[in-house]
Design a protein around this ligand. Structure first.
Ligand SMILES: [Mg+2]
Length: 436
C-alpha cells in the first residue's frame, strides 16, 4: 500500500523512539572496530555480572545479569571479549547522541542513557518514516552507534515499533506502526509481559485472567481495566490503541528515584568498610541529584550477603524521611550512616549494598510544622555554594574532593574493581585513541 502523504491526512503528533542497539557494547566497538560481529560483553561495576551483550552473545543464550563465574567456560570457548563498565565513555557517547537528536527536532524526551523520544507535529506517515530513517543515518554516521527507530502516535506503540525494527532485519532498523492491520498483526504476536511498563507480577495476573497477547489487552474494556487494575494499565490500553495517554515524561516526572548500588568482589564485613562504601555511593547519587537540579526527601539503604554459597544469609533495608527536601551531600551521608547503624549486624560477609534517593522534587517547597527547625535562606545559600564547589572540583579532576565519611582510601578497589576497563577515549586527553 502506498504511504503517499496525499492519501493520508497529517497526524497531529508522532513519537519516534530512538533506541541504541546493545548500547554499552556498541560504545566499546566504536574504538575497537575489530570487534564488529564478534561476541562482546560488558560487565557490572566490579566485573561480577553481565550487563550488556552483543547480538552474538545473546545467540549463545547468555542472559542479562548472569554472574561471570557461571559462564567462564563459555567465555573461553567462544572467545568472548569482556569489558568492565566504562560509564564515563557511555555517558559521553550518550550526550553526543542526544545533542544530535536535538538538532533534528527541538522536542526530545530523553528516557534513558540509550533511549529518547523525538516528537513531531503535523506530519504525514511518510514524513514520519523519513524522519526516522534520517535519525538512524545521522547517528550511525556521526557517532557510530547502531540504532533502531520506531514511530507511532503513542509512546507505547513507538517502543513496540522500535523493538520490532531491532529484531526484524528486513526492517533495516526502522519501523512505523500507523496502520490498524499492521498494529494488530504485531500486537497479536507480542506477549503482554513485553509491553512497556508491565512487570512480571502484573503479567502473571493478566495471563491468569486470559490476557496473553498485547492484542487481547488492547481490545479490553478500558474502564473495566481501570476499576480492576489501575489507571496506569488503563493508560496502556489506550496507548496500545494509538492514543497518546502517557503524559508524565513531558511533565518532567520521569526521574522517580536515583539508585546507586554495587556488588563487592571482596566481601565487606566491618561497619567501617560498609559505611565507607555506602557513603561513596550516596555521594555519587547526591551529585547526580544536583546535576538534575532535584531535591530528595527520602533516603533508603539496602545491604545483603551473597545469594550463593553456604555462608550465613542476611539482608535488610531501611529508609528515613528528611525534615525538608535536600541535595546537600553532608546531610545525605549523615542519614546513610544513621540508617546503617540501624541495620548493620556483625558477623556477615556483605556482598551488595546500595543507596536510593526518592520522593524527588524540583524545589525545596514542603509543608513545614511547628516542631522541625527550618533552615534560613543564608544556610541554604551556603549549602548550594559549597555543593557547587564540590561538584565542580569533582567533575574537573575525577573524584578529587570527597567527604571524610567516604573513606576514599579504604578498600576502594573492592567496590570499584574494573580490571577490564577500556580507555577514556573521549573524555581524557591522555587516553585519546592513537592512529598508527
Ligand atoms: Mg537499547
Amino acid at each position: 500500500m502506498s504511504t503517499n502523504s496525499n492519501t493520508h491526512p497529517k497526524l497531529n503528533k508522532v513519537y519516534l523512539l530512538m533506541d541504541c542497539n546493545n548500547f554499552f557494547v556498541s560504545c566499546e566497538r566504536i574504538f575497537r572496530p575489530d570487534l564488529e560481529q564478534q561476541p562482546v560483553v560488558v560487565l557490572s561495576n566490579n566485573d561480577g555480572c553481565v550487563v550488556a551483550r552483543s547480538a552474538e552473545v545473546k545467540k549463545l543464550g547468555i542472559k542479562m545479569g548472569t554472574p561471570v563465574f557461571q559462564i567462564k567456560d563459555l567465555i573461553a570457548r567462544h572467545h568472548i571479549t569482556c569489558f568492565s563498565s566504562n560509564f564515563n565513555l557511555y555517558l559521553d557517547i550518550s550526550n553526543r547522541i542526544m545533542r544530535l537528536l536535538e538538532t533534528i527536532s527541538p522536542e526530545v524526551l530523553i528516557y534513558s542513557v540509550d533511549e529518547a523520544f523525538v516528537i513531531l507535529h503535523q506530519v504525514s506517515q511518510q514524513q514520519a518514516y523519513s524522519a526516522a530513517c534520517r535519525i538512524k543515518k545521522t547517528i550511525e554516521r556521526a557517532v557510530g552507534v547502531p540504532v533502531s527507530v520506531g514511530a507511532a502516535t503513542s509512546k507505547t506503540l513507538a517502543k513496540i515499533a522500535s523493538h520490532y525494527a531491532k529484531t526484524h532485519p528486513d526492517c533495516e532498523g526502522v519501523h512505523t506502526l500507523f496502520e490498524h492491520n499492521e498494529i494488530q498483526r504485531i500486537l497479536r504476536e507480542l506477549p503482554v509481559g513485553e509491553i512497556w511498563g508491565i512487570g512480571r507480577r502484573l503479567e502473571e495476573k493478566l495471563s491468569q485472567e486470559g490476557f496473553h497477547s498485547a492484542a487481547q489487552l488492547a481490545s479490553a474494556d478500558a474502564a473495566a481495566i481501570k476499576r480492576r487494575y489501575s489507571v496506569v494499565l488503563w493508560r496502556t490500553v489506550h496507548e496500545l490503541n494509538g492514543v497518546d495517554a502517557i503524559k508524565e515524561l513531558e511533565e518532567g516526572h520521569m526521574q522517580q528515584q536515583i539508585m546507586w548500588s554495587r556488588s563487592f568482589r571482596d566481601r565487606l564485613c566491618s561497619f567501617e568498610e560498609l559505611s565507607a562504601a555506602l557513603c561513596s555511593f550516596a555521594a555519587q547519587a547526591a551529585h547526580k541529584l544536583r546535576e538534575l537540579k532535584l531535591f530528595c526527601s527520602i533516603i533508603s539503604i539496602h545491604i545483603r550477603t551473597s545469594y550463593f554459597g553456604e555462608s550465613h544469609k542476611y539482608q535488610a533495608e531501611q529508609s528515613l524521611r528528611l525534615d525538608s527536601p535536600c541535595s546537600d551531600s553532608r546531610i545525605i551521608l549523615a542519614a546513610v550512616i544513621t540508617l546503617l547503624k540501624r541495620v548493620y549486624r556483625p558477623g556477615f560477609a556483605y556482598a551488595k549494598a546500595g543507596v536510593i534517593l526518592s520522593d524527588l522534587s524540583p524545589n525545596r517547597l514542603h509543608q513545614g510544622d511547628l516542631f522541625t527547625s527550618e533552615h534560613s535562606a543564608e544556610e541554604l545559600d551556603h549549602s548550594d555554594t559549597l555543593m557547587a564547589l564540590l561538584d565542580n572540583l569533582s567533575t574537573k579532576n575525577g573524584a578529587a574532593l570527597y567527604l571524610g565519611a567516604q573513606g576514599c582510601q579504604l578498600k576502594k578497589q573492592s567496590f570499584n574493581d574494573k580490571r577490564l576497563l577500556s580507555p577514556a577515549y573521549t573524555t581524557s586527553f591522555t587516553e585519546l585513541p592513537a592512529i598508527c
